[in-house]
Write a protein that binds this ligand. Structure first.
Ligand SMILES: Nc1ncnc2c1ncn2[C@@H]1O[C@H](COP(=O)(O)OP(=O)(O)OP(=O)(O)O)[C@@H](O)[C@H]1O
Length: 266
């Protein structure tokens, strides 16, 4: 499915003038961007760029400072937090499943916290676990699952409440190639087939697939924003995403001057 929104439809996520500091250390500086329904948006940034801080603000773990705006499907996070957060699913960077519970129990507990009636919760849990290939592991304790299986269970859990916007903070860290590609395919399929909007934070360039929207974040600033070909152009005509990322995230003294003086990276 292509992004289904017409011109009047609100963005799934709209962030404006978002700044945040830990004490005197700025982590985000005037960040602004949108993610549209059905869009797979990759928030690409090196360690310390501000990705997790951004997630903490969008999920309201931290309050955004006055002057900033975060809207989820048009609902302002500060004025209508219940409405904004109801549309949101999140997979945090640190795993949050209880290792002593079974996979099914983890999902049902989450569903109960969100007020889903028992029968519906059981049906949705079974459906989501099937979709990530864990239907036959529902009764297993989380501690007996591999890292990749735990991530899949976390995604199944995040989808129980049928969010229209899913945030994933470096969901593939520590996973092997097969597990990474399974997760990417599953989530991209949800964007394409169900119109889910996704913000996928990573520092792994190869997770930017075809058709992705790319937001490059460094030192708390958006350095580039657009489709892959637009980001290559914004990086002074880079040939690859890797080259664009290297240029856009280089320290100031390493940035080559514009106007043709730049050679192609290997
Ligand atoms: N709780 C905190 N207290 C103080 N400084 C923090 C805190 N959390 C993050 N920072 C700082 O804020 C900046 C942004 O960090 P953040 O964790 O948001 O980046 P990130 O892009 O998620 O990095 P990574 O890829 O390493 O997880 C960094 O300079 C970091 O040291």
């Amino acid at each position: 499915m292509t992004p289904a929104a017409g011109p009047a439809a609100p963005a799934a996520l709209e962030v404006e003038r978002l700044s945040f500091s830990y004490g005197k250390r700025p982590a985000l500086r005037g960040v602004g961007f949108r993610v549209m329904p059905g869009e797979f948006a990759v928030l690409l940034g090196p360690n310390g760029a501000g990705k997790s801080t951004l997630f903490s603000l969008v999920t309201r773990l931290f309050d955004a400072p006055a002057g900033a705006a975060v809207r989820v499907f048009g609902a302002d996070l500060r004025r209508e937090p219940g409405k904004a957060l109801a549309a949101l699913g999140v997979v945090f960077q640190q795993p949050t499943l209880d290792p002593d519970l079974s996979v099914r129990e983890c999902l049902l507990y989450h569903a109960a916290l969100h007020g889903l009636p028992g029968a519906e919760a059981r049906e949705r849990a079974a459906h989501e676990l099937d979709r990530v290939g864990l239907g036959d592991r529902a009764a297993d304790r989380v501690r007996n699952l591999s890292g990749g299986q735990r991530r899949r269970a976390e995604i199944a859990r995040a989808l129980l409440t049928r969010p229209r916007l899913l945030l994933l903070d470096e969901p593939t860290v520590g996973l092997d190639a097969a597990s990474r590609s399974f997760l990417l395919d599953h989530v991209r399929g949800l964007c394409r087939d169900e119109g889910l909007a996704v913000l996928w934070a990573t520092h792994l360039i190869d997770e930017v697939g075809e058709g992705a929207r790319v937001l490059v974040l460094r030192d708390g600033e958006i350095r580039a924003d657009g489709a892959v070909h637009e980001v290559l152009a914004q990086a002074r005509g880079a040939a690859t995403v890797a080259e664009a990322f290297a240029r856009l995230t280089a320290a100031p003294e390493q940035r080559a001057p514009a106007a043709g003086a730049v050679g192609r990276a290997a």
